[in-house]
Design a protein around this ligand. Sequence first.
Ligand SMILES: *Cc1c(COP(=O)(O)O)cnc(C)c1O
Length: 340
Amino acid sequence: MQSITDLRSDTVTKPTQAMLQAMFAAPVGDDVYEEDPTVNALEAKTAAMFGMEAGLFCPSGTMTNQIAIKAHTQPLTEVICDITSHIYQYEGGGIMFNSGASVALVHGERGKMTPEQVAAHIRPDNIHYPPTKLVSLENTCNKGGGAFYTLDEIAAISAVCKENSLALHLDGARVFNALVASGDDARQYGLYFDSISVCLSKGLGTPVGSVLLGNRDFIKYSRRVRKALGGGMRQAGYLAAAGIYALDNNISRLEEDHHKAKLLEEALLQTNYVESVLPVQTNIVIFKLNHKYNDAAFINTLGEQNIKASAFGPQMIRFVTHLDVTDEMLDHTINVLKSL
Ligand SMILES: *Cc1c(COP(=O)(O)O)cnc(C)c1O
């Protein structure tokens, strides 16, 4: 039987033998006592990469984002983010539930806000409005089809935040895809962001985990919030070891995922059933079908050829490339796309 080509998400990857070996070999301790050497090493390593003081290993990117929002806001204050943001769309309403904060939604371009848009959404000091506390960016932008902010664009938004005493958070679920595509230096991110969430379980290919980065006081408080949310883990070093392995081995290869996504885009543009494709910039391909297929029928048709994809709104489909998509799987997918 043909193996399954799973293009639904870059979360579907399974650890390689080498990653599993690193996990088995990890020295561990109780991380709630801050005594797990592998967790401590992962936190320090990730913080250093981004020019930040400290890190906190958490079970998911939703948790790192939600802890950051909690730490930067109080109830009755407001967060500015793009309307397509994961923190708003895909975290189960967690901002309201965990932080009691309001959200000002910006209609950006492919998930990206301009400094002018951010400035225009800052509330004046008036009892009718929730005071703005936090701006949150996503890099790359998932619903924006993998579009990314460059460091210059980030610097300009950071300047608006500093002028208005607002914190700036980064949902960096795919920050390494942005860094590989832009060529920007990760260490410079520390100059502009007050907190960064880095996912290890997306393109980096670990089974579990995200790291929240910030200054020492921020991480100290975030550790309390993590405990209160039930995210304090014990011998988590086995999981952190996968993260260290991924940071050492799986970053530069993201270029291959970007190349595969480009090839999918090219194939789609040659078909007679695709109305448009969001120009591919990283590892996400979002496209719109014309009347020939509806989205459910298209997903079904691919499924019959052992290809999995995600429905992403009316007539919209998403493919995500990742390290478990082999050259053979890509060729198979392109042949199927051409045959429909
Ligand atoms: C996947 C993802 C997250 C975190 O998701 P978890 O499944 O909770 O780890 C956060 N932001 C974006 C943009 C994502 O794609």
